[in-house]
Design a protein around this ligand. Structure first.
Ligand code: ADP
Ligand code: 5GP
Length: 185
């Protein structure tokens, strides 16, 4: 591990498998610190406050933004999401590799404010497979799936902006490739 690790951002369309890949990677490499975002969306079954997200009200999110406590934030498919700044900087300063799992708009903000960050795009093997995964997850009603697929078209077109692309065919392979990009091996 290098002395001052770079911040790594993992982005890609909803349903491509970002959470699955990150969870798999962290099972064996708990030394990678995953930032916990604040969100105004409600928890899915099994999601825990402070573990998967900090679930906040609209008013609480307004305050986080107004107080400059977020490194970046964005509205995605009807909800707001943001990365608490202090924890990210503290981990980087103590030499811990940090991973953000955020949307395209957030990735662009990080590129502006921390140009040394490494931006990694997670792509689906095909459009049909992305639709299958998002629908198959069964966590969103049809109209929310539609909004997420609309956003996915925009996100897929932005792939060339990223430093690296990983295609999520195999969770194990992608997790290994991501660790290599982060210099954690
Ligand atoms: P995201 O975090 O990008 O929104 P998820 O991690 O929730 O996506 O994955 C969406 C769905 O796709 C889940 O049901 C997950 O089990 C499935 N999935 C993830 N990666 C793969 C893969 N490589 N092959 C098949 N299914 C996958
Ligand atoms: P989900 O609701 O499926 O958990 O997340 C929806 C989208 O929001 C995903 O693309 C996810 O990466 C993104 N996201 C999660 N946390 C953040 C964050 O803190 N900032 C930004 N910009 N996007 C986030």
């Amino acid at each position: 591990m290098s002395e001052r690790p770079r911040l790594t951002v993992l982005s890609g369309p909803s349903g491509v498998g970002k959470s699955t890949v990150v969870a798999h990677m962290r099972k064996e490499h708990s030394e990678v610190w995953l930032s916990v975002s604040a969100t105004t969306r409600g928890p899915r079954p099994g999601e825990r406050h402070g573990v998967h997200y900090f679930f906040v009200t609209d008013e609480e999110m307004d305050k986080l933004i107004a107080n400059g406590e977020l490194l970046e934030w964005a509205e995605f498919a009807g909800n707001r999401y943001g990365t608490p700044r202090a924890a990210v900087l503290e981990h980087l300063e103590t030499g811990v590799p940090v991973l953000l799992e955020i949307d395209l708009q957030g990735a662009r903000q990080v590129r502006e404010s921390m140009p040394e960050a490494q931006l990694v795009f997670l792509a689906p093997p095909s459009w049909e497979e992305l639709v299958r995964r998002l629908t198959g997850r069964g966590t969103e009603p049809p109209e929310v799936i539609e909004r997420r697929l609309d956003a996915a078209k925009v996100e897929l077109a932005a792939e060339p902006e990223f430093d690296a692309t990983l295609v999520n065919t195999s969770v194990e392979d992608v997790a290994r490739e991501l660790l290599a990009l982060m210099d954690v091996v």
